[in-house]
Design a protein around this ligand. Structure first.
Ligand code: UVW
Length: 333
């Protein structure tokens, strides 16, 4: 039995194969990776991750900073443990890690919805390419609330070789860091002003200045609500959604919290699709989303030189069954 016979309007389900789990990442071909390497001119590398324990006060109630502790065996904690000779030491640790707390990839199992994929007249809960909640994305089960995405887990992205040409659009330079829902007209305005050329297979990075707000909040030590500050994409702009489809980009990554403006889910009467960019990208098109990246230094360097393209290397953890992953992306310019 095929998993689906109906696909959502505006989706590409099946275009990359019946069992595809990496969506638009399929557009990242060897030729495009070679072209990406040609963008490296100065050989300077930028680390695009926040420290993963930032924010110390979470931006989402279900997400917490990592908790490190010592690994243990029958003799107790393996931490500063002296070997038998007494001259050598060993440390092993373990971590409770909320995979989407800080700099992260969302996997394609991060957002799904009710849709009548099997055509029986009743909607069922499905993810990209018709993989089902409860069957392919399982959990929580058992006393430890174990979960597992047996399809669309983040390991599928890890195996895709996440390295290619990326372009950065500096929305902070174009519009400042006040709250703004960025339309296609806004995005085009910023891209034209900065000479940004987007090609199929590209990673689209949007710099908003939100990383600076996160770090300033850390320095102040408060939990001020900042999630709606700075630029974020306007998911209600149908022209913007169509541009994302037509552009051939494989991912959208930003220093902000959700890529898209959150006013929809915070309105008293949210529309049926509360996060339209997440719906388009993760559910319908298989376009990966990267959030809370640290882009400040790269954005400043590119702006100063009138550049926008570079080589991005950004694999997630190869953590089978996870629906998201922290990462330490590298931009090489
Ligand atoms: C939001 O916080 C709304 O986005 P995500 O779940 O993708 O982090």
């Amino acid at each position: 039995m095929p998993r689906w016979i109906n696909r959502p309007e505006g989706s590409n389900w099946g275009d990359f194969g019946e069992h595809d789990q990496i969506g638009r990442m399929n557009l990242l071909t060897p030729e495009r990776r070679r072209a990406a390497v040609a963008e490296v001119r100065d050989g300077i590398a930028f680390t695009l991750s926040l420290p993963l324990d930032i924010p110390t006060i979470p931006l989402a109630p279900s997400r917490r900073p990592p908790r490190l502790s010592a690994a243990a065996d029958e003799e107790g904690d393996v931490y500063n443990r002296q070997d038998a000779g007494g001259e050598e030491l060993t440390c092993d640790d373990k971590v409770t890690l909320h995979t989407q707390h800080s700099t992260q990839w969302d996997s394609l199992a991060h957002r799904g919805r009710a849709f009548d994929a099997d055509g029986d007249g009743v909607a069922e809960f499905v993810y990209y390419n018709g993989f089902r909640a409860g069957e392919h994305v399982q959990g929580p089960e058992g006393c430890d609330h174990a979960t597992r995405a047996t399809a669309l887990g983040i390991e599928t992205l890890a195996m895709a070789g996440v390295q290619g040409r990326a372009v950065l659009v500096n929305l902070e330079a174009a519009f400042g860091n006040a709250s703004r829902a960025v339309s296609l007209a806004d995005l085009r305005h910023a891209m034209d002003a900065q000479g940004v050329e987007v090609r199929p297979g590209d990673f689209l990075l949007l710099y908003t200045g939100f990383d600076k707000l996160v770090l300033e909040r850390e320095a102040r030590g408060d939990g001020a609500w900042i999630a709606s500050e700075c630029c974020a994409l306007d998911g209600t702009d149908e022209a913007l959604l169509q541009w994302i489809v037509d552009s051939g980009i494989v991912a959208i990554c930003s220093d902000n919290v959700a890529i898209e403006a959150l006013h929809l889910i915070m309105s008293p009467q949210p529309p049926p699709i509360r996060l339209p960019i997440h719906d388009l990208c993760l559910f319908r098109q298989g376009i990966f989303l990267g959030e809370l990246w640290y882009l400040k230094d790269l954005a400043a360097w590119l702006l100063e030189r009138g550049r926008h393209a570079f080589l991005l290397t950004a694999p997630p953890l190869r953590l089978p069954g996870s629906v998201g992953s922290p990462l330490t992306p590298i931009a090489t310019v």
